[in-house]
Design a protein around this ligand. Structure first.
Ligand code: HEM
Length: 153
C-alpha cells in the first residue's frame, strides 16, 4: 500500500541533496565574492531568512527520506551491528557526519535567526563562521560516502 513512498523516496532524497548542497555552495561563493559591507547589509537581511528556511526544509526532508531508504535497505540493523564491510563503514561514516552536520546547522540557524540585521558579538561571529565552514566541508564527505553506498546497494 505504501510502496510508492519507497519508490519516490530516492528521487526526493536526491532532489533535496542537490538543493541542500547546491545552496551551501552558492552561499559560500556569495560569502567570498560579496565583500562590500554596505552591499552585505542590503542583501543578507532579505536573502538570509529565505535561504535559511529553504535549507531547513531541504535538510528535514533529506533526513526523513534517508530514514525511509534506511528502512527499505535494512540499514539500521547494519548500523547497530557493523560487520567490517565497505558498505557498513560508508553507512557508519555517513550517519556520524550527518549527525554532526545537523548539530552544526542548528547552531548556525539559531545564531542567524537571532542576529539577522543586527550587530553580532565576537563569539556569535566565530560560532556562525566556523559552523558554516564545517557544514560546507562535511557536505563534501557526506556526498562521498553516499556515492560509495549507492555504488554497492
Ligand atoms: C545531509 C544529509 C544527506 C545528504 C546530503 C545525502 C546525500 C545523498 C546522495 C547525494 C545520495 C545519492 C548518491 C548517488 O546517487 O550516488 C544519497 C543516497 C542515499 N542516502 Fe543519503 N544523504 C543524506 C542523509 C541520509 C540519511 C540520514 C540516510 C539514512 C541512513 C541516508 C540514506 C541514503 C541511502 C540508503 C541512499 C542510497 C539509496 C539508493 O541507492 O536507492 N541519507 N544520499
Amino acid at each position: 500500500m505504501f510502496g510508492w513512498i519507497t519508490e519516490w523516496a530516492f528521487h526526493v532524497h536526491l532532489l533535496m541533496a542537490i538543493s541542500w548542497i547546491g545552496g551551501s555552495v552558492f552561499m559560500f561563493v556569495l560569502g567570498v565574492t560579496l565583500r562590500d559591507k554596505k552591499a552585505q547589509q542590503e542583501v543578507y537581511p532579505h536573502v538570509g531568512p529565505i535561504f535559511g528556511w529553504f535549507e531547513v526544509a531541504a535538510l528535514v526532508t533529506l533526513l526523513a527520506t534517508g530514514f525511509i531508504l534506511g528502512v527499505k535497505y535494512n540499514l539500521f540493523t547494519l548500523l547497530m551491528h557493523p560487520n567490517g564491510t565497505e558498505i557498513s563503514h560508508a553507512l557508519m561514516m555517513k550517519v556520524i557526519l550527518v549527525a554532526i552536520l545537523t548539530v552544526a546547522t542548528i547552531i548556525h540557524f539559531v545564531i542567524a535567526y537571532r542576529t539577522n540585521g543586527k550587530e553580532r558579538t565576537r563569539k556569535e561571529q566565530l560560532l556562525s563562521r566556523s559552523s558554516s565552514m564545517l557544514i560546507f566541508i562535511l557536505n563534501l564527505f557526506v556526498m562521498h560516502y553516499a556515492i560509495v553506498m549507492r555504488d554497492i546497494l
